[in-house]
Design a protein around this ligand. Structure first.
Ligand code: KIV
Length: 264
């Protein structure tokens, strides 16, 4: 997969994207032939247990992008620019995007519309592919005032304009998060690059879900837009209880798990 192939998929074949944060999950994504792996800053919530993504830093992103790259060396990997890695200056943004690319990302993603357009042009200029992200943008949760659906009424026009602005700046794709379906549809029809939705309804060019939601590892609050394709938290709990019971009852390890002095 590469940027050109992704753009060509628009209108022809829906794009699949899923988050991954470590070696084995990345390996499984590659084996399943997911189109795009996103090392999202959602790692702050689902891996590190933070209440927002704001605490994720460059070192976290670099560590996890490197792990994902080792697990999925042939996949197209997008790395999230964490909070305050690009907001203070374009110079910060350029340097930090370069660090994520060196860690193994094939592209970076950053949140925002009009405000980040000049930075996006500079990144694209130096050869760094950029995925945009508008609608609900978790790094601005304090400004937005909570997890609120975006793109309603008067806000719809602003979102469509921002999507066009991002396209003009050179992004190859745009994530639409927690966005009214009609607005996501209008945006998708207004631009020539793919939109990838999460909680943005049926008409985006692709979909993205967080690994822990999709596979049911997350047994806490699951948003309405998530479809669980497995119930791994129950399965893992079942296996752990079996293990505990085996060890307590001395039924594990067995002879076949043990090494003997004269074994070849
Ligand atoms: O960090 C993330 O997982 C994301 C997705 C919600 C698109 O940005």
């Amino acid at each position: 997969m590469n940027v050109r192939k992704l753009i060509k998929m628009k209108g022809k074949e829906p794009i699949t994207m899923v988050t991954a944060y470590d070696y084995f999950s990345a390996k499984l994504c590659e084996r399943a032939q997911i189109d795009v792996i996103l090392v999202g800053d959602s790692l702050g919530n689902v891996v590190l247990g933070y209440d927002t993504t704001l605490k994720v830093d460059m070192e976290d992103m670099i560590r996890h992008i490197s792990a994902v790259k080792r697990g999925a060396p042939n996949s197209f990997i997008v790395g999230d620019m964490p909070f305050m890695s690009y907001q203070a200056s374009d110079e910060d943004g350029l340097k930090n995007a370069g660090r994520l690319m060196r860690a193994g990302a094939n592209a970076i993603k950053l949140e925002g519309g009009r405000r980040v357009a000049p930075l996006i042009s500079k990144l694209v200029d130096v050869g760094i592919p950029v995925m945009g992200h508008i609608g609900f943008t978790p790094q601005s949760v304090n400004q937005i005032g909570g997890y609120r659906v975006q793109g309603k009424e008067e806000d719809a026009y602003r979102m469509i304009e921002e999507a066009k602005m991002l396209e003009d700046s050179g992004v190859f794709s745009i994530v639409l998060e927690l966005t009214v379906e009609e607005t996501a549809k209008e945006i998708t029809e207004s631009i020539s690059i793919p939109t990838i939705g999460i909680g943005a309804g049926r008409y985006c060019d692709g979909q993205v879900l967080v690994w822990h939601d999709l596979l049911g590892v997350n047994d806490e609050h699951v948003p309405k837009f998530v479809k669980k394709y497995a119930d791994l938290s129950s399965e893992i709990e079942r296996a752990l209880k079996l293990y505990i019971s085996d060890v307590k009852n001395r039924t594990f390890p067995e002879e076949k798990h043990s090494f003997r002095r004269h074994e070849k």
